[in-house]
Structure formats: C-alpha cells, structure tokens
Design a protein around this ligand. Structure first.
Ligand code: RTP
Ligand code: MG
Length: 140
C-alpha cells in the first residue's frame, strides 16, 4: 500500500471541549503520523474558500459560521492509505450513522459539529494540504 498524506482539521467543537489530544491519539493509534500541525482561527474568507465546493449547498452559511466560531487545528497526517484510513476512523458525517469506535461516533455533537474534517480523495488531499501548509512546514 502507498504512503499517502491527507489534510485533517480538528473542528471548533473539538477544541472547545479540549479534545485535541484524545483525537490525535486516535490517529496515532491507527498508524497515522502527524507531520504538520497548526492551531488557527479561520476567517470567513478562508473558511468560505476552503469549503467552496459546498457553496451552493443549503448548509454552507451555517458551516462557515461554525468553522469560524472558535479555534481549529489544521494538520497533515501521513501513513499507509492515509486518505481512506482517516475517513474510516473519522466515521460517517452524521454521528447518528457513524460506526462504533469512530471519532465522530464517540465525540461529534451533531452532523455539523462533527469534530473532524478529512480530505475525501488523494487529489483533494494534495490541494487541501497545500491550502494550509508550505512545504517547509511539513516535516516527515
Ligand atoms: P468533512 O468534509 O468535514 O470531512 O466532512 P464530510 O466529507 O464527511 O462531509 P461533507 O459532505 O464534505 O460536508 C462538510 C461538512 O459540512 C457540515 N455539514 N452539515 N447540516 C448539514 O446537513 C450538514 N451536512 C454537512 C459537516 O460539518 C460536514 O462535515
Ligand atoms: Mg467533505
């Protein structure tokens, strides 16, 4: 299997409840390595640009206001099959549908405040990693 990189975000509901260490432990236990990490407060412009693909969706406005409501932790995860592995340990978007033992099942508050973001394809992972990190900030 190929070593991949994926973009992960610990969302404002996770930072508010001081869950960053607990969630990072899930990544590390699954064999993913945190090779870049930064805590930021997203501006509306940055959140809107990051979620531009959802611009026409009914939840877009709420999503931008949620993602700018508190600090987030942006990070690059590296490991075998990292994109799919991260999606698997995150669980379904709606925590009500998330499998037992997944991050969203155990920590998410709602379909919106669902604790984590993870890139959904290798192609988007490369775009999203470059959106937040310079090459010099990623130390594998
Ligand atoms: P993410 O992009 O955050 O990793 O989540 P995802 O792929 O599982 O879900 P996606 O369809 O890309 O949606 C992005 C984020 O928008 C919020 N959302 N709210 N109110 C709603 O019906 C609704 N649907 C989605 C969630 O925060 C979701 O993670
Ligand atoms: Mg998504």
């Amino acid at each position: 299997m190929a070593i991949e990189r994926t973009l992960s975000i610990l969302k404002p509901d996770a930072t508010r409840r001081n869950l960053t260490g607990k969630i990072n432990a899930r990544f590390e236990e699954a064999g993913l390595r945190i090779i870049a990490q930064r805590r930021i407060l997203m501006s509306e412009a940055i959140a809107g640009q990051f979620y531009a693909v959802h611009r026409e969706r009914p939840f877009f406005k709420d999503l931008v206001s949620f993602m700018t409501s508190g600090p987030v932790v942006v990070q690059v995860l590296e490991g075998e099959n990292a994109v799919a592995k991260n999606r698997e340990i995150m669980g379904a978007t709606n925590p009500a549908n998330a499998a037992p033992g997944t991050i969203r099942k155990d920590f998410a508050e709602s379909i919106e405040a669902n604790s984590v973001h993870g890139s959904d394809s290798l192609e988007n992972a490369a775009i999203e990693v470059a959106f937040f990190f310079a090459t010099s900030e990623i130390v594998a």
